[in-house]
Design a protein around this ligand. Structure first.
Ligand code: B12
Ligand code: SF4
Ligand code: SF4
Length: 371
């Protein structure tokens, strides 16, 4: 057996579903990446600019690095519905994959060292300066798609990517990725905000996943009515994809975090930073922080109106400390509870107490929308 076959076999022994080798070279989609940045599709993810040259030249990540061991781990599971309405992206329902895969990468690096196959390595999962999908496509781990997700004939889009940069020069897998979207355009047609602006290219400024996870400010008003109740992430382009319909097994691997099972939609709006801190440990839902989650919950409550939701929105508008959450609560009341006699007065009072220009502008727009 070749050394390369040993490496990929070890990766599979440790639990990765997919393992292949790519050369440690610039990503094949470097030109598309630069065009994507130049068009501003990265929205406010400022780290793209600071990491730009590293992403384009990954050889700089590890001086001794020669090859990229590209790994895939399936996370297919059924849809996650929140009590009271709303959804959470499937990948985020259980244990944080950054931690789980990070541990697997460390174990793999240790085993490779012990077996003398590799001396130096560096693990990356998601947050590293790599165009993971482009390198993985080159290694033949899956094929590029119109939704931008990398697809696998069994897992569809339901798998995480991670990499181990290693100091050995193995001949790359270089298998052409088998499969293609063909004439299908289901994801482009289904995206609620038309964020897939061209086949394979997502404008983050329009993407629900971006706004619910990465955006720390106000979510653009024109998108809110299209957000379909997503509290965290968005699975629409993955769910409509005909590939991956048969995949399963992620629920057992990552479990379901207690807070995802227990919290109702109104709890995500009502809970304070202190109340959420401990229960959120180990969950990917920590990323938008408490105010981001409360803002998202306010908007989701407009899509799933209820009496409890109405009360929670009214309390948030009157008592909430974060202006971003107050403003979102005001929008949700005007959108879903315009007929309620108290909505106008509540918005007018909130406008008197508004702290920033953008909060004032948002609340004024909501009052105007009441007519
Ligand atoms: C920033 C980021 C985001 C941003 C921007 C998304 C984007 N499309 O660029 C936001 C927050 C919106 C996001 C959302 C999601 N993300 Co994200 N994200 C990333 C991150 C950190 C960087 C991506 C990046 O560099 N984008 C810049 C663009 C230009 O690069 P790219 O999308 O990888 O480029 C590919 C396509 O554009 C395509 N392409 C380019 N031109 C063309 C032309 C044609 C014709 C075709 C067919 C394809 C094509 O080829 C490129 C390479 O394969 C990666 C991790 C990483 N370090 O790579 C995870 C990653 C891409 N995300 C992932 C996931 C799971 C998601 C979500 C599904 C999460 C969710 N459920 O909410 C959504 C899906 C949105 C989507 N349709 O892309 C997974 C994808 C796994 C997979 N099987 O593909 C990754 C790899 C994380 C991981 N380690 O597993 N994400
Ligand atoms: S994650 Fe949602 S909003 Fe973003 S591109 Fe996919 S379907 Fe559109
Ligand atoms: S839904 Fe259709 S077009 Fe979109 S990624 Fe899947 S196969 Fe490709």
């Amino acid at each position: 057996m070749t050394a390369q076959a040993n490496v990929t076999e070890l990766a599979q022994e440790i639990g990765f579903d997919l393992a292949r080798v790519a050369p440690l070279e610039p990503p094949p989609r470097a030109a598309e990446f630069e065009a994507w940045l130049d068009l501003g599709y990265q929205a406010d993810m400022a780290w793209f600019e600071s990491q730009r040259s590293r992403i384009l030249n990954p050889q700089g990540i590890l001086a001794e690095g020669r090859s990229l061991l590209v790994l895939g781990l399936g996370h297919a599971r059924s849809a996650i519905h929140i009590e009271g309405g709303g959804r959470i992206a499937r990948y985020a329902a259980g244990r944080d994959y950054h931690n789980a895969i990070g541990r697997m990468l460390k174990k793999l690096a240790r085993r490779l060292r012990e077996s003398g196959l590799v001396k130096a390595s560096r693990g990356i999962v998601d947050a590293g300066p790599l165009m993971e999908r482009s390198h993985a496509a080159r290694a033949g781990l899956g094929f590029e798609s119109k939704s931008a997700n990398l697809l696998h004939h069994h897992w569809g889009p339901w798998f995480f990517l991670s990499e181990l940069i290693i100091d050995q020069e193995f001949s790359p897998s270089e298998m052409p990725s088998i499969g293609s979207c063909g004439t299908c355009t289901a994801c482009i047609d289904a995206c609620p905000t038309q964020a897939i602006v061209e086949p394979g290219l997502v404008d983050s400024r329009l993407c629900i996943s971006y706004h619910t996870i990465e955006n720390r400010g106000e979510i653009p008003r024109e998108l809110r009515a299209k957000m379909d109740g997503w509290l965290f992430g968005c699975d629409v382009c993955s769910e409509v994809c005909p590939f991956g319909g048969r995949a399963e097994g992620g629920a057992e691997r990552f479990g379901t975090h207690a807070i995802v099972e227990e919290n109702r939609l109104i709890d995500w709006l009502r809970s304070s930073k202190e109340e959420l801190a401990a229960p959120l440990i180990g969950s990917p839902l920590q990323r938008p922080k408490r105010d981001g989650l409360a803002r998202n919950a306010a908007i989701a409550l407009a899509h799933h109106p209820s009496e409890d939701g109405h009360d929670a929105l009214r309390s948030a508008l009157a008592e909430e400390e974060s202006g971003i959450v107050r403003e979102a609560a005001g929008w949700a009341l005007a959108y879903a509870h315009a007929q309620d006699s108290g909505t106008r007065t509540a918005l007018e009072r909130a406008l008197e107490r508004a702290e920033t220009e953008s909060e004032r502008a948002g609340l004024t727009a909501s009052l105007e929308e009441l007519g």
